[in-house]
Design a protein around this ligand. Structure first.
Ligand SMILES: C[S@@+](CC[C@H](N)C(=O)[O-])C[C@H]1O[C@@H](n2cnc3c(N)ncnc32)[C@H](O)[C@@H]1O
Length: 227
């Protein structure tokens, strides 16, 4: 048993975690980037002042910052308690302990909240949901999807995954998805069907190992680009 969640939770990671989860280089951070399902991550908030061009989309952005914070606070203790109850399922290399993880998630949420209203006005946080996003073809150079696709394989079926990834490839030159494990720490059953579909559509899809691992065994991302 790893993590039981009835629905997708608004849990956000930092810019440094995004860099490590997606093997982002300085050149990548200079691209126009879409963050799909960015929720209360602080990737956009931390990267924008450094010159990156990031658009984050998430259905949760229909809510006010106070409401997103309240949803986060509702799930925080349960998640940390589940992590503490399953010590064998987690790798404490990046975060040193469940308490450190909790602190990091609160920090990310606070940075996100400080940026949220102005970012919304600037169009950097847009309310939208996979599998249909409101952007013209090839708007972005890089699309990132962290802790939504594959992770919630029980809640979203293979058809949803295929439609979502096809949509990300329509609007972005390259797509990276992390992690490839489900909440139950099993490889998502949709990885192979997705790789096959990407090849059928004329893309190259490869699995890369990254330098970030919190879920045990969760240190791989899927990288998809044109041939
Ligand atoms: C666990 S959070 C991950 C947040 C962020 N990507 C990170 O890794 O820090 C998952 C996010 O997926 C969002 N989500 C749920 N359904 C979605 C959909 N259909 N399209 C895009 N995002 C969705 C949720 O609102 C939530 O913010």
């Amino acid at each position: 048993m790893a993590m039981q969640l009835d629905s997708v939770v608004p849990f956000g990671r930092s810019q440094d975690e995004y860099i490590k989860m997606f093997n982002l280089t300085a050149i990548d951070l200079d691209c126009s980037i879409l963050g799909a399902g960015d929720g209360p991550a602080s990737f956009n908030a931390e990267s924008t002042p450094l010159g990156s061009q990031i658009t984050s989309v998430d259905p949760i952005y229909e809510l006010s910052g106070a409401d997103i914070q309240q949803r986060f606070e509702t799930v925080l203790d349960d998640i940390i308690d589940q992590v503490k109850a399953t010590p064998q399922d987690w790798v404490w290399s990046y975060h040193s302990s469940p308490e450190d993880l909790r602190y990091n998630r609160i920090q990310a949420m606070q940075l996100f909240l400080k940026d949220y209203e102005s970012g919304k006005q600037q169009g950097r946080y847009q309310t939208a949901a996979l599998p249909t996003l409101p952007f013209p073809d090839q708007t972005f150079e890089l699309a990132l999807c962290s802790h939504f696709l594959f992770l919630y394989s029980k809640q979203y079926d293979v058809a949803f995954h295929l439609a979502s990834i096809r949509e990300l490839l329509r609007i972005s030159t390259e797509v990276r998805i992390f992690p490839l494990l489900t909440l139950m720490l099993e490889p998502s059953p949709y990885i192979q069907p997705v790789i096959q579909a990407c090849q059928d559509w004329g893309y190259v899809a490869s699995i890369e190992t990254v330098g970030y691992e919190l879920q045990k065994g969760g240190n791989q991302m899927l990288f998809i680009r044109s041939q």
